[in-house]
Design a protein around this ligand. Structure first.
Ligand SMILES: *[C@@H]1O[C@H](CO)[C@@H](O)[C@H](O)[C@H]1NC(C)=O
Ligand SMILES: *[C@@H]1O[C@H](CO)[C@@H](O)[C@H](O)[C@H]1NC(C)=O
Ligand SMILES: *[C@@H]1O[C@H](CO)[C@@H](O)[C@H](O)[C@H]1NC(C)=O
Ligand SMILES: *[C@@H]1O[C@H](CO)[C@@H](O)[C@H](O)[C@H]1NC(C)=O
Ligand SMILES: *[C@@H]1O[C@H](CO)[C@@H](O)[C@H](O)[C@H]1NC(C)=O
Ligand SMILES: *[C@@H]1O[C@H](CO)[C@@H](O)[C@H](O)[C@H]1NC(C)=O
Length: 286
């Protein structure tokens, strides 16, 4: 009941991975989407690359024939880090690396045979710009990747006794969208965390008593998840809500009245014992 989305979620991840792999290899083969064919400045391609955290990412360079490549350089610019440069020179068959401390970022294979870069596994800190610069006999080329790390949020749905439901998409990246069916009176907000993830929350109330099941849908770049829960019936909630403020005072009044009667009877008994019979007649005439 709590995780009906798990299998479909896995399937979505799988489909997304396939999609991303297809997209990246596609870009490798025909990376000419935003290519400007001006000869003097480097021919440049910009690619936006969303990648799931925890997976392996392979970043391509432009499909330049390896025989004409003279120098391949990867420039990696991540937030709060000095930029790292990895370079391969064909004439000396030499690889160099400057400021590259992260072992998860490496050449995909042998740089003399394959200019691609690999990140394995992708972490939140790998969000940033990865640029492959190629100096070749046919000119200079640059392929810039803007890598965006995706984290699927954890979805939680709580229902309170007062017919208030709370849905949370915890620590997702980018922020998820939360929607409800049926729509209620909702308050929605988000908390941003230092690691770049965002928790989106939405708290709703359904005054209409014939709303019995509510569904929270979370849509995110990594897929969509929905959770449903039953609301407590309005009547039951009402009687419980009114128990303390209404029924308790009534019971207290009855008890107090009973005690007061007892005191009266006790006092009258006392006076009956002390005084004469005419008083009793007075009482009866009351
Ligand atoms: C370049 O160096 C690698 C290892 O450093 C070596 O395996 C490869 O054969 C060399 N390639 C050439 C063309 O010399
Ligand atoms: C990556 O490049 C984009 C646009 O070129 C820029 O807005 C962004 O600040 C860069 N990110 C980093 C981490 O340098
Ligand atoms: C309902 O109950 C929850 C938890 O007991 C509380 O946080 C919320 O404010 C209540 N909502 C309303 C509308 O009374
Ligand atoms: C990011 O930070 C939040 C809050 O500290 C934490 O709950 C979450 O697990 C973190 N996510 C990752 C992927 O480290
Ligand atoms: C609630 O009941 C009213 C009248 O019976 C009906 O018009 C309305 O569509 C119902 N709403 C839902 C959500 O079932
Ligand atoms: C979230 O909603 C906004 C605006 O309603 C929309 O632009 C965006 O594409 C949505 N994101 C997802 C992941 O559905």
């Amino acid at each position: 009941m709590l995780y009906p989305w798990r299998p479909s979620h896995l399937r979505l991840l799988f489909i997304l991975t396939i999609f991303l792999v297809t997209v990246s290899s596609d870009l490798c083969m025909h990376g000419n989407h935003t290519m400007q064919s001006t000869p003097t400045p480097p021919t440049q391609v910009n690619t936006s690359l969303p990648v799931l955290m925890g997976t392996k990412a392979v970043l391509c360079c432009l499909p330049i024939p390896l025989t004409s490549v003279l120098v391949t350089t990867w420039k990696i610019t991540l937030r709060h880090r000095p930029s790292c440069t990895m370079s391969y020179k064909k004439d000396t068959n030499e690889t160099t690396a400057t400021n590259c401390a992260d072992e998860r970022i490496s050449w995909a294979s042998r740089p003399d045979q394959d200019p691609r870069l690999q990140i394995d596994p992708v972490a939140l800190s790998h969000d940033g710009n990865y640029s492959c610069e190629i100096v070749s006999r046919d000119g200079n080329f640059e392929h810039r990747h803007h890598l965006q790390v995706l984290v699927p949020p954890e979805v939680i749905l709580y229902v309170h006794k007062n017919r208030t439901a709370e849905c949370k998409a915890v620590a997702g990246k980018p922020a998820a969208n939360v929607s409800w069916f049926p729509p209620g009176d909702c308050l929605t907000g988000l908390d941003s965390w230092a690691n770049g993830t965002v928790t989106v929350w939405s708290t709703c109330n359904w005054p209409d008593s014939n709303v019995t099941i509510v569904t929270c849908s979370v849509s995110h770049s990594t897929g969509e998840k929905s959770l449903s829960k039953k609301l407590p019936p309005a009547a039951e909630g009402t009687s419980r809500d009114y128990f303390l403020p209404v029924i308790c005072p009534i019971i207290s009044l009855i008890v107090l009245g009973f005690i007061w009667c007892l005191i009266c009877v006790f006092r009258k008994c006392k006076s009956k014992n002390l005084e004469a019979i005419p008083d009793e007649e007075e009482v009866r005439s009351d």
